[in-house]
Design a protein around this ligand. Structure first.
Ligand code: UDP
Length: 312
């Protein structure tokens, strides 16, 4: 089968490509390295089943006829997507529109990497797919939250109007080897800071919560979703909720218990609690995460130890 993976040099995209290539599928990776890294895909370059095209999804894509489009391209770390919020919205809206048009042209199956951020600062816990969210349009996070909401809406409209075969993965916090050192998200920050014996940066009082899914589990969920015939949004993530302060303790204990904490103000709009209901994914995709946080962190710490000087 021929696949396009946009954002294929990113964390989830590159692990997805590994699995597709290992299953002898053909993969065309589109990326402009805005947040992805060449090192994440270079091991495939000599494989005749793999092709890389440097491409910014806000431009019209090359006219490639393929069976499946996995649309993963978009900066996902708050620090990255807030650098240029207007560009982030263009990636979400125009980028998704461009790839949907290509899917429509060739009748390709289309999977959107959506996000837990469409729930905003949720008032319902855990968040299930029926929850409509609580997003503030004027928040500094809205470029991504609202951007991904409109990306989902575009998919539903292509589905209603043209019967396009869509899949919507609402991806919750995901981590693992190949995260960028400068990614800015909590797990990579805490690991890198501990390895460098720098103070761990806690935003707010650290009582806010997240749940963390290891990248291999996330990729299995995404593949199961594409292989299903489910055209409604579905949450993918780990359902064990951790306080950020407890995560910091865990990472510090694993690497360097001497590092201190440095407290910063909680960024505007930072959700206080986030935890997915994954009942639907269990039922429909027969999927649930296999890796616990300890095992996933050990693998991720090992990666960072070996790549601390990797160029971003
Ligand atoms: N966070 C933190 N220190 C950091 C990075 C993040 O305390 O160095 C907190 C952040 O405020 C948020 C949580 O960790 O409450 C998860 O942040 P991240 O940027 O990883 O992803 P988010 O879930 O907010 O998109």
């Amino acid at each position: 089968m021929k696949n396009i993976v946009t954002g294929g040099a990113g964390l989830i995209g590159s692990h997805l490509i590994d699995k597709l290539i290992n299953s002898n599928e053909e993969v065309i990776c589109l990326d402009n390295f805005a947040t992805g890294n060449y090192a994440n895909i270079k091991h495939h370059l000599s494989n005749p089943n793999f092709k890389f095209i440097y491409h910014d999804v806000t431009n019209k894509p090359p006219n490639i006829n393929c069976q499946r489009i996995w649309h993963m391209a978009c900066p996902a770390s708050p620090t990255k997507y807030q650098i240029n919020p207007i560009e982030t919205m263009k990636i979400c809206f125009i980028g998704t529109y461009n790839m949907l048009e290509l899917a429509f042209k060739h009748n390709s199956q289309f999977l959107l990497a959506s996000t837990s951020e469409i729930y905003g600062n949720p008032k319902v816990h855990p968040q299930d797919e029926e929850y409509e969210g609580s997003v503030n349009t004027s928040s500094i996070r809205a470029c991504y939250e609202e951007g991904k909401r409109i990306a989902e809406t575009l998919c539903f409209d292509f589905n209603r109007k043209y019967d396009l075969d869509i899949r919507i993965a609402r991806i919750f916090n995901t981590y693992g080897p190949r995260m960028d050192i400068e990614d800015g998200r909590v797990i990579s920050n805490f690991i890198v800071q501990s390895l460098r014996s720098k103070a761990i940066t806690i935003y707010g009082d650290g009582s806010q919560t997240r749940s963390f899914c290891y990248v291999d589990d996330m990729v299995s969920g995404i593949i199961n979703l594409m292989n299903s015939n489910y055209q409604r949004p579905i949450n993918l993530g780990h359902d064990k909720e951790y306080k950020i302060l407890d995560l910091a303790d865990k990472i510090r204990y694993k690497i360097n218990s001497n590092v201190n904490y440095k407290i910063f103000e909680l960024p505007e709009g930072d959700p206080l609690r986030r935890n997915p209901s994954i009942e639907l994914a269990k039922q429909i995709l027969n999927w649930e995460p296999k890796f616990g946080l300890n095992e996933g962190l050990d693998k991720t710490i090992k990666f960072f130890k070996n790549n601390l000087n990797r160029v971003v």
